[in-house]
Ligand binder design. Structure first.
Ligand SMILES: N[C@@H](CCC(=O)N[C@@H](CS)C(=O)NCC(=O)O)C(=O)O
Length: 205
């Protein structure tokens, strides 16, 4: 059976959500990070993922890491209902997946760290401001697209939507004010109300 390594309150959540959304059975191994003696730094885990990060999967002996790549692999292999019906749809899912990972995730994570994760005395307002400026320029790209299309998958919520939603989910934890991005806010709300997301969120308890 598919094994998913990584605490649910981490990027492993993205893979757990994909599996819940797609009806893929899995065993969850909540590997620890950022604690003394973190399991992600142990030899057995480094043999699976030499980058010492989560998530990693073991799909009947096939080992993979990097959450976006894992999700594209799993959705295709297990014939997820989210997988697009056309090669163009697959291209669109990859486009949004690369955009969100390359251009959006880094400033979003920096902003999350600087406004939520770090203790107040370790926060740097200038770093937070720069990260937010970069992030909102990309948020506008998402808002503009949704002003013209109902979904990133154009006519249905598909893998393109999932690739974006599974990353921007962090904005909900940050309670980031999306008033200036109404289309995006409504799309994100609908995405997080999907049964697969609701089920995956329970694993974070
Ligand atoms: N690009 C990787 C990033 C993985 C990553 O940074 N995971 C974090 C948890 S959300 C981690 O393992 N951090 C532990 C560390 O940096 O030591 C992915 O998307 O899978």
């Amino acid at each position: 059976m598919l094994k998913i390594y990584g605490q649910a309150r981490s990027r492993a959540f993205r893979v757990l959500w994909l599996c819940k959304e797609s009806g893929i059975a899995f065993e969850h191994v909540p590997v620890t990070i950022h604690v003394p003696g973190a399991q992600a730094k142990e030899d057995w885990y480094l043999k699976l993922n030499p980058n010492a990060r989560i998530p990693t999967i073991d799909d009947d002996g096939f080992i993979m890491w990097e959450s976006a790549a894992i999700n594209l692999y799993l959705a295709r292999k297990y014939k997820s209902p989210l997988w697009p019906a056309t090669v163009q749809g697959e291209g669109r899912a990859m486009q949004w997946g690369f955009f969100i990972a390359n251009d959006f995730e880094k400033p979003m994570v920096t902003l999350f760290q600087q406004t939520v994760m770090l203790p107040p005395e370790k926060r740097d307002a200038a770093v937070a401001k720069a990260a937010e400026a970069e992030m909102v320029s990309k948020l506008q790209v998402l808002e503009n697209y949704l002003a013209e299309h109902k979904y990133f998958g154009v006519d249905r919520w598909d893998m393109a939507d999932f690739m974006v939603a599974s990353v921007v989910f962090t904005l909900t934890g940050m309670k980031y004010d999306l008033t200036k991005y109404p289309k995006f806010a409504a799309w994100l709300k609908a995405g997080t109300e999907r049964a697969g997301c609701v089920e995956a969120v329970k694993l974070r308890a």
